[in-house]
Design a protein around this ligand. Sequence first.
Ligand SMILES: Cc1cc2nc3c(=O)[nH]c(=O)nc-3n(C[C@H](O)[C@H](O)[C@H](O)COP(=O)(O)O)c2cc1C
Length: 202
Amino acid sequence: MNAKKEIRRGLPIGIIIVLLLGCTPAAQKVAPGDYRITRPGATSVVVVHSRSGNTALVAKLLADAAGATYVRLKAPEGTGDSLISSPNRNAEVAIEPRTVDLSAYRTVFLGTPIWFWHPAAPICSFIRANDLTGKRVVLFYTYQGGLAKTAIDEWKALVAKRGGTVVEVIGINRKMHATDEALAAEVTSIIAGRLKSLLPSK
Ligand SMILES: Cc1cc2nc3c(=O)[nH]c(=O)nc-3n(C[C@H](O)[C@H](O)[C@H](O)COP(=O)(O)O)c2cc1C
């Protein structure tokens, strides 16, 4: 396939050069207690992979708004630090946890950064390992400006293969926000807008 045709929303040349040189932003240091927030009685769960913290920030806001349990996937140290340490989306990554008991949840939020124009490998591994039968699924991602035309359809198909139905897709371009506060403001506005009908009323 012609690579130029596959890419939309602009090729983030700067990002690719940075990645090739192996100087991505540092991986976020996560305290052990920050990998999971359990909310007894929750009917939603937010499962996220995040290397440098952007997608985790979005995930936490979504989990707070939905009163959801929050699970941040751990990938082996160094994953995504450079081109050579970024597994292909179809590769199996040794994520922790590999499975989550989803039986109590009606809605499953799945979040990831975009790596090389596609959802990153850890969230794809999680989807392949879990049963989404009958679940409403909200997909969310952060990126810096470029993903493949086919990326979202491919991601939706992966969810469908595991029995889930994608009801919403949220993409946040990190480059559009100078600060975490600005990013949070966009998420808050999405929560009050197109996500409202999917969240439990308070
Ligand atoms: C290995 C790697 C590959 C990336 N590839 C892309 C890409 O193809 N397109 C894009 O827009 N951003 C790309 N990015 C930027 C990330 O998607 C963006 O910074 C995201 O917000 C990071 O999320 P996180 O902080 O939750 O890890 C890449 C970042 C890394 C580390």
